[in-house]
Each structure stands twice: as structure tokens, then as C-alpha cells.
Design a protein around this ligand. Structure first.
Ligand SMILES: CC(C)(COP(=O)(O)OP(=O)(O)OC[C@H]1O[C@@H](n2cnc3c(N)ncnc32)[C@H](O)[C@@H]1OP(=O)(O)O)[C@@H](O)C(=O)NCCC(=O)NCCS
Length: 152
């Protein structure tokens, strides 16, 4: 059976925090960060499947640290597991100040996307095969996260 490695669709999206992205204290709004994470995950899913993919759930979203106006935000998205028509995509967001190359993890989440055919119906996704220990760990936890997402 044909499979792909997560690295084939790993997506990196970069943004800079502008005034329109922040609250009155100059901190990046959570909703804007989730929007950027969702777009990175959609690109990742679409590169993997070569199909349009839509978000069906966002799970375990956590904001760990605030990013500020002018910070550079980098978002990494990669597929952890394919089910049938759906797949889980793990997204992590990092921020750094322009003057300091040290990046901090500011948020992470697990997204479920579904691939659509040309009629907008859910359609099977090519499988993904973990290739290292961290990918295997994410793969192993994906089913329980999806079950919890479906039951919530
Ligand atoms: C995505 C959509 C087409 C699926 O419709 P469907 O095929 O009738 O739905 P199903 O119940 O058969 O679910 C399809 C897959 O999604 C999964 N799924 C659905 N809801 C889920 C949830 N809350 N959590 C996790 N997985 C979920 C199902 O388990 C199934 O996965 P599988 O095929 O890998 O086993 C439909 O739900 C939809 O259009 N949703 C709106 C999507 C959207 O507009 N997103 C925002 C814009 S991108």
C-alpha cells in the first residue's frame, strides 16, 4: 500500500505580528494565531492529499506565551496520522523578537481535516508512515485524540 512520510507535506508558515493582529496591550490575539495555524494545517493537508481539505475539529489548543507587535511567528504543521477520509495535523507556533534569534513555543493544537472530492464529498486519504520516534509518538496518540474529539 502506498504511503507518504510526514516530511513530504510538513509546512512552515511565517507571519509578523502587526497592530491589527493584537489586543490593546499589543499582544497577539488568540483568534488570529488560530487562523494562521488553521491555514498552515490546511496547506499541509492539501499538499499531502492533492485535494481540498476542510477543518472539522481543533483539539487541545493551548496558548503558552504571548507574542507581541513586531515579533516573527513561525508555524509548523505536520500530519500525525491518516484515518480514512480524515487526518490529524499537529501544529506548533513559535515566536521570536527581531533582535533576538531565540524562538519560544507560544502555542500548539491538533487539527482534524477531511479531504474532499470534486463534488465536495469526503474522500479517502493516502496513508502516512511515521519515520522517527517523535512521529511515532504523535501517531500512537492520534486515535484516542480523534475519539475524544468525536465524543465531545
Ligand atoms: C467535512 C464534511 C464534508 C464531512 O462530512 P461527512 O463525510 O458526511 O462526515 P462523516 O461523519 O462521514 O465524517 C468524515 C470524517 O470526518 C471525521 N469527523 C467528523 N467529525 C469529527 C470530529 N468532530 N472530530 C474528529 N473527526 C471527525 C469522521 O470520523 C470521518 O473520518 P474518517 O473517514 O477518517 O473515519 C462535513 O462535515 C463538512 O462540510 N463540515 C464543514 C467543514 C467546514 O466548513 N470547515 C470550515 C471551513 S474549512
Amino acid at each position: 500500500m502506498e504511503t507518504k512520510a510526514p516530511s513530504e507535506s510538513r509546512t512552515i508558515k511565517t507571519e509578523i505580528v502587526c497592530p491589527n493582529d493584537t489586543n490593546p496591550m499589543g499582544m497577539l490575539q488568540g483568534g488570529r494565531l488560530v487562523e494562521w495555524m488553521d491555514i498552515a494545517a490546511a496547506i499541509c493537508g492539501q499538499v499531502h492529499t492533492c485535494k481540498i481539505c476542510v477543518t472539522v475539529s481543533m483539539n487541545n489548543i493551548i496558548f503558552l506565551k504571548a507574542a507581541k507587535i513586531g515579533d516573527i511567528v513561525t508555524i509548523n504543521a505536520s500530519i500525525t496520522k491518516v484515518f480514512n477520509t480524515s487526518m490529524e495535523i499537529f501544529v506548533e507556533a513559535y515566536a521570536r523578537e527581531v533582535s533576538n534569534p531565540k524562538k519560544s513555543l507560544i502555542g500548539r493544537a491538533y487539527f482534524i481535516f477531511v479531504a474532499l472530492d470534486e463534488n465536495g464529498k469526503s474522500t479517502p486519504v493516502i496513508d502516512v508512515c511515521p519515520t522517527n520516534e517523535s512521529e511515532q509518538k504523535l501517531y500512537a496518540g492520534a486515535l484516542i485524540r480523534k475519539q475524544m474529539s468525536r465524543n465531545s
